[in-house]
Design a protein around this ligand. Structure first.
Ligand SMILES: Cc1ncc(COP(=O)(O)O)c(C=O)c1O
Length: 476
């Protein structure tokens, strides 16, 4: 607990630290994270930021950056595609980084191989462009996938395969087990079938069961798990669950470095992917005259051009940083705060008794992460534009996110926009449609929501500041 926390209160609901601890006593055991915040993230309080967009991007601790700067100042790294001394040093760090990634996710090197990418999107694209879709094949997507997963449907379309979507059901935004079961059983077995879903929705915070991976495998589907929003505050154990492909971005886990992600792939699943081209770094031999090339085996065959080798040692350091804090501690902390925020959001009403907020997603902390999507309503029940909410948050130096968060499927279902409305609106457009044009044509309905998300540096004061801010919308 820090000084600011003890002074919170003053009668505003949700701002009493004592009441919070009484309701979420497990938070008390995470006190060392308060010391961590003071030591590693003091810039937040010094600059007066309330940072609530960890699903957008994580924050780095000071020691990560210092440690990496010292490393760079004391090391000479060459392009790892050579065999000279500085190149070999860089190659050594690249391989260390791969080992560290596997160890962090408890993935056996006999089973998994990490392909180093620019981000999760790049990892997902490698799967999309390389998966051997043919006519009759199926791509099964959950409705609440990020656009970087939705985009894979364009690859399967090119090859004559079909895309099917499993809906999520408001208000919880979960997928009904029986519906998924039916979708997995529906398609004929003798073809390539890829099921892609997020371990945690970046829209609603819903955590879909990892047990689905085995169920899909039993029904002979390959599984692509988008773990980008899940892994910053939850343990993904690849010794326990065995998806064929996992996509992640490291900046979401620990802020720095940006520009590095991974496709952690089962070795045999990676072999199934066909590369549509070759590039520097991906081949053993290529000939211009003979018009032939041989792809390098394993991860290297998927790593186009030069890796972000100066930053890879910072990934290792970032994973060490997370381990030194403990993902379980981070999880306990953010889920206590999430529970507290959800409790108070549900209880917030205008003086006439109408609710101030409507949350899209689970109302409690069971099987969900620390991401909350919602809209704000006035006393007559009209939704207040998410853009206006953002504008007011900006004035308070609160960083939250608005829109549909690159997750149109969840957005459409949460906001009650039907397929017909979408078709009518999009059919009216020409070759391009701007977001403003879209907003105008989905007239009368909200086209977006507000999202807050917590992470490793979040504390009680962040939650209280947010609840105070929401309280400002209360009409008497
Ligand atoms: C669930 C999910 N998947 C994929 C992505 C894409 O990540 P990136 O932009 O780092 O490639 C995001 C980003 O917010 C995400 O939340």
């Amino acid at each position: 607990m820090n000084a600011r926390q003890t002074t919170s209160g003053g009668g505003v609901p949700g701002t009493s630290y004592a009441e919070f601890l009484e309701r979420y006593p497990a938070y008390a055991a995470t006190a060392e994270a308060d010391a961590l915040r003071a030591r590693e993230f003091s810039r937040l309080d010094r600059l007066g930021h309330v940072y609530l967009d960890y699903t957008g991007g994580g924050l780095h601790g000071e020691s990560q950056v210092r440690g990496h700067a010292e490393f760079l100042l004391g090391t000479v790294l060459g392009n790892p595609h050579s065999t000279n001394p500085t190149s070999m040093v860089a190659t050594d760090y690249v391989e260390r980084c791969r080992h560290r990634i596997l160890a962090f996710f408890n993935a056996s090197p006999d089973e998994y191989i990490p392909v180093l990418t620019a981000n999760a999107t790049h990892a997902l694209k490698l799967v999309g462009e390389g998966y051997p879709f043919c006519a009759g094949d199926v791509l099964l997507l959950s409705f609440d996938n990020h656009n970087s997963v939705n985009g894979i449907r364009e690859y399967d379309r090119i090859h004559g395969a079909v895309t099917k979507y499993v809906p999520v059901m408001p208000p919880d935004m979960r997928i009904l087990d029986c519906v998924l079961e039916r979708c997995l059983a529906e398609s004929p077995r003798a073809c390539n079938r890829l099921f892609a879903y997020p371990a945690q929705s970046n829209f609603s915070g819903v955590q879909h069961p990892l047990e689905w991976i085995d169920r899909a495998h039993d029904a002979e589907w390959d599984v692509l798990l988008d773990a980008a929003a899940f892994v910053p505050t939850n343990r993904l154990d690849l010794g326990c669950h065995h998806p064929d492909f996992v996509a992640i971005s490291f900046y979401k886990m620990f802020g720095y470095p940006t520009g590095v992600g991974a496709l952690i792939a089962r070795r045999e699943a990676l072999e199934k992917l066909q590369r549509p081209w070759f590039a520097g770094g991906t081949i053993t031999v290529a000939s211009v005259q003979a018009d032939r090339h041989f792809l390098a085996a394993g991860a290297q065959g998927f790593e186009d051009g030069t890796l972000n080798y100066a930053c890879l040692p910072a990934v290792e350091r970032g994973l060490d940083f997370l381990d030194s804090i403990g993902l379980d501690l981070i999880h306990t902390r953010v889920m206590s705060l999430t529970g507290w925020i959800l409790d108070h959001m549900a209880a917030m009403t205008h003086e006439n008794g109408r609710p101030i907020v409507r949350v899209y997603g689970p109302a409690d902390t069971a099987m969900r992460g620390a991401t909350i999507a919602f809209n704000v309503y006035d006393a007559s029940g009209e939704s207040i534009s998410h853009l206006l909410v953002e504008e007011r948050a900006n004035r308070r130096n609160i960083s939250l996110r608005t829109g549909c968060f690159c997750n149109p499927g969840a957005g459409e279902l949460a906001l009650g926009i039907s397929r017909e409305e979408m078709m009518q609106c999009l059919d009216r457009s020409g070759a391009r449609m701007s977001l403003d044009q879209f907003r105008q044509c989905i007239d009368g309905k909200s086209t977006g929501a507000v999202r807050i998300s917590l992470g490793l540096a979040s504390n009680f004061e962040d939650a209280a500041a947010f609840l105070r801010f929401l309280g400002e919308f209360r009409e008497r």
